[in-house]
Design a protein around this ligand. Sequence first.
Ligand code: HC3
Length: 505
Amino acid sequence: MEYEELDLLPADSPRKKGSIVSKKSHLTQIEVIPCKICGDKSSGVHYGVITCEGCKGFFRRSQLPTVSYSCSRQSNCQIDRASRNRCQHCRLQKCLAQGMSRDAVKFGRMSKRQRDSLIAEVEWHRQQQQQQQQLQGNAQLALSYPAKTHQDRSPPLLQPMATAYTFGGNSELMSYAADVHPYLVCSPNDTQISGMIYRSSGGTPTSRSQGRGDSSGHSDIRGFDSRQQSPDLVAIHPYNSLDDLYSLYPYSPRSIDDLCASIVRSHRETTQYRLEELQALRWKLFTREEIQAYQSKTADEMWQHCSIRLTDAVQYVVEFAKHIPGFRLLSQNDQITLLKTGSMEVVLVRMCRFFNTENNTVFFDGKFAGTEVFESLVCGDLITALFDFARGMCALQLTEQQIALFSALVLINADRPSLEDRGRVQRVQRSVELGLTHILHRENQESLMHELHQRMAVLHSLCRLHMEKLRWFTQRHPLTAHSLFPPLYKELFASEAELLPGTTH
Ligand code: HC3
């Protein structure tokens, strides 16, 4: 199998005979990382990015001078293993966004940081696979997750248990909840090789100009390095015994730091943009003409447009959920129930990362937008409430770790209706609560927990208001809602908003 030239040695390392890292072994390891374009099994680095053979060949063909593609939809087609051949334009856009380039071959040496990032990502995926196999060994689930081996990367078939709440046969949410989807590991403005860079843990505050970042000016990145020997939990933890943690946990993490590290890592890999990228874009505002273009859209055009953007964001939340320790131990139906009821709330929690309090704008369609951009939705009270919430969340000046743990707590909520095994959800919820308490205690910010619980109540009311608006819209524009909203969006909000065929209330 042909590999692009990839030098894993740090650029500054002396070239000693025998010091060449065995490319084959590393590249074989690299294949645990799914194709960055479609999520299929990768075969190595091609044109600077880890891809499968199919996307490698597609990109090579796309570079022929006679080739040009166009999209018959809104140039935001979902590209995954099943859909990658449906839109060549969007597939090529994704290749370019991930950093694929003919010149990448000449890119040659990686920096130490890039090499370490890549190795960390390989290690993470290997751990995920080991965890997957371990879970399959001892988790008595009705789900049939075939072993995720190199050979078999086909999406696992999930048979939900027939209970009060079951999902449609070919559920979108089920397929996302099942398969590993490619992380957006880099942003378009990263260097070519960045398609392989593990998301850096760095970050500078966005609108938190007085952010509590350390003296280096970086945002607070006091992360959890699970590679360090976890300190003795009882010694540093206010819990009276380790049993508190381990008995609450479906399977025992090595320490509460590992639990937090998994959640923080998953958060970082699924936030779509790093804080410093958003910081760099914070004054990229829509022109008067662009704002007028949004305002001249009809309500159904703007609702459809926003539903697509929201669905994109929800997909990343689904990916985040899958890597919350214990989430995959829940029954399929309970996973779906938690995602249906909590993913929009997590999107709104994440909104504070995309919000600039200095000009009251939110990052949308590549620029920062004020409330006036959303006028044609005809739900000004919802937009105002969402913006107010985001501003309030920014005022808490949460660190990325705190946002990650809070997001997990919002999602793993045992009070959600129609859960099958509430006790099991409670145990996972309690472990996430321990994690959040742990990091707040460590930062002497225990008082934040009360604040965050109050924000959870606001999140519930915002999502109720969102459903109200969606019901209002669906009754006035049924055709748009039923045939032009993304299937995942309809499934997410279906039950309350009569978005499924034949739903009546
Ligand atoms: C602008 C947005 C709310 C914020 C959404 C954010 C920025 C939230 C964080 C995610 O990680 C990324 C993201 C994606 C989509 C953004 C939303 C698109 C539309 C929504 C507006 C407030 C309008 C609300 C539209 C409605 C009424 C359909 O919900």
